[in-house]
Design a protein around this ligand. Structure first.
Ligand code: NDP
Length: 458
């Protein structure tokens, strides 16, 4: 994939970038390793000061950064602004909480293991390679970078090829805040150039957010080298509506759950399982809500969501819809590419989706919802779990017994009750099955790339 900024609103190529040469990549790995050794002699308090300074810079540049995000991947300016400020908040959160999350633990009384003192420290492990996607060009990176740097690791960012300017901005941000120059840098390289980097002894681990294929490729190379990975690989999240739910509210949130970020979100709801008792009421409100959204100019405040980020991404969405329609699915709204420039795609609702259709199992990375009628709670649960993915779920019911069943039985990394799945700096985020493994954010996230070092003293 060419490394370039191509405006999804117009399809115009604005700037192309030459990939880093092998020598330039080597310089950056060496700098990242040197910065790691330098960070080892700093305190968490010092790193927190730099992190807060970097967050302050990001906040002061919110207008410029939001414009850049919108230009590179097409989300609305409002959403880009929200993402930028959320990223700064996340940075401050880890500045404030790293000390607590990384405080040594005392798993048992020292005397129980014949020691005078016993503790577990959470020490950094070194340079971590981060392979990141374009859908949240800032936040996806920050949620790795902030905890990793606070733990004393350094980062090399291989960002998606369609957001190079966002990548270069991030590659400077932490040094501008005060971190050693090599602590967080961008590698301008293509996806195929990533796996060989795992052979380098100075790179100790990798994290990847993106497709299953990309994740498997990085995990394979890391596995060969006995290096840890954290993978966040998308999903086909469910949205379950049961009879006791506030149905109009569920329908309103259901629309947002599917069209957020033009549907290009791993945690966007994709499969809607609605109990037959409230199916018609929900379907009418949901389809009307989807039809009322405006897919348009991301700089216009009247727009609900902007274009899809890439031409290929839109082709993928249309192929999934065409395949479903050819095999008998019914389109309740949307379903076809509009005329005109830019990679726009309308909010779309399909019913009569069957297992023979690709969209029944595959992740659709665009604003296309599949609506299913279910007869019982058991059916909602079993059909939800009948998926290769298991990232998150949103369930709508006020019945406490149902909530208990759902939270225990749904095979996902998260269950959000009467609300949308979302990421918060202090809450673990991640999935099961093909959605990946490991957790980002919270104490779980910051500890993923640490050495839980046992210190036993006679
Ligand atoms: P990719 O998985 O291809 O891209 C994500 C990141 O991985 C990019 O930085 C990409 O670099 C890199 N990459 C791609 N192939 C490899 C590889 N073999 N080894 C190492 N790194 C690699 O996602 P796409 O953008 O192509 O989207 C395809 C699908 O992936 C989507 O339709 C969606 O289903 C899923 N996806 C999920 C995301 C999530 O949030 N979980 C985010 C993005 C995509 P480069 O850009 O240079 O190819």
């Amino acid at each position: 994939m060419t490394i370039a900024t191509v405006d999804p609103t117009t399809g115009e190529t604005l700037e192309e970038f030459t990939p880093h040469t092998a020598a330039e990549v080597e310089d950056r790995i060496a700098a990242a390793h040197a910065a790691y050794l330098e960070l080892a002699s700093t305190t968490i308090a010092q790193r927190a000061e730099w992190m807060r300074a970097a967050a302050g810079i990001l906040e002061s540049e919110v207008d410029q950064v939001s414009e850049l995000i919108t230009t590179e991947m097409g989300k609305t300016l409002g959403q880009a602004r929200y993402e930028t400020l959320k990223s700064a908040t996340g940075m401050r959160f880890f500045a404030d909480n790293a000390e607590r999350y990384l405080a040594p633990e005392h798993p048992v009384e020292a005397g129980a293991v014949n020691a005078s003192a016993l503790s577990v420290r959470f020490d950094p492990i070194g340079v971590v390679l981060a392979v990141m996607p374009w859908n949240y060009p800032l936040w996806q990176c920050i949620r790795f970078a902030a905890p990793a740097l606070m733990a004393g690791n350094t980062g090399l960012l291989k960002h998606a090829s369609n957001v190079p300017q966002s990548a270069l901005y991030l590659g400077e941000l932490f040094a501008r805040g005060g971190f050693p120059k090599g602590a967080f840098q961008t590698l301008l390289i293509e996806g195929g150039a990533v796996a060989p980097l795992l052979d380098d002894r100075r790179i100790r681990a990798a994290t990847l957010t993106g497709s299953v294929a990309a994740g498997a490729s990085v995990a394979e190379a890391a596995g060969r080298n006995v290096k840890k990975t954290v993978l966040e690989l998308g999903g086909t999240d469910v949205f379950i509506v049961l009879p006791s739910a506030d149905v109009p509210r569920a329908a309103t949130f259901g629309v947002n759950a599917r069209v957020q970020n033009s549907g290009q979100s791993c945690i966007a709801a994709k499969r809607y399982y609605v109990h037959t008792d409230v199916y018609d009421e929900f379907a009418d409100a949901f389809v009307a809500g989807m039809a009322a959204t405006v897919a348009g100019d991301p700089r216009d405040e009247a727009t609900t969501f902007g274009p899809l980020a890439t031409s290929r991404g839109r082709d993928d969405v249309q192929e999934l819809v065409d395949d479903a329609v050819a095999k008998g699915a019914t389109v309740l709204t949307g379903g076809s590419v509009p005329d005109g420039p830019g990679w726009f795609y309308p909010a779309t609702v399909l019913t009569d989706v069957t297992p023979s259709m690709r969209i029944f199992r595959e992740e659709c990375f665009g604003p296309v919802a599949c609506l299913y009628r279910v007869d019982s709670l058991d059916e909602a649960i079993s059909r939800s779990n009948d998926s290769d993915f298991g990232l998150s779920s949103s369930v709508w019911t006020t019945d406490t017994a149902e909530i208990d069943r759902l939270t225990r039985s749904l095979d996902f990394g998260g269950v959000f009750v009467n609300g949308l799945t979302a990421s918060f700096p202090g809450v673990p985020f991640g999935g099961v099955k093909d959605s990946g493994y490991g957790r980002e954010l919270s104490a779980f996230g910051i500890r993923e790339f640490t050495n839980a070092k046992t210190v036993w003293q006679a």
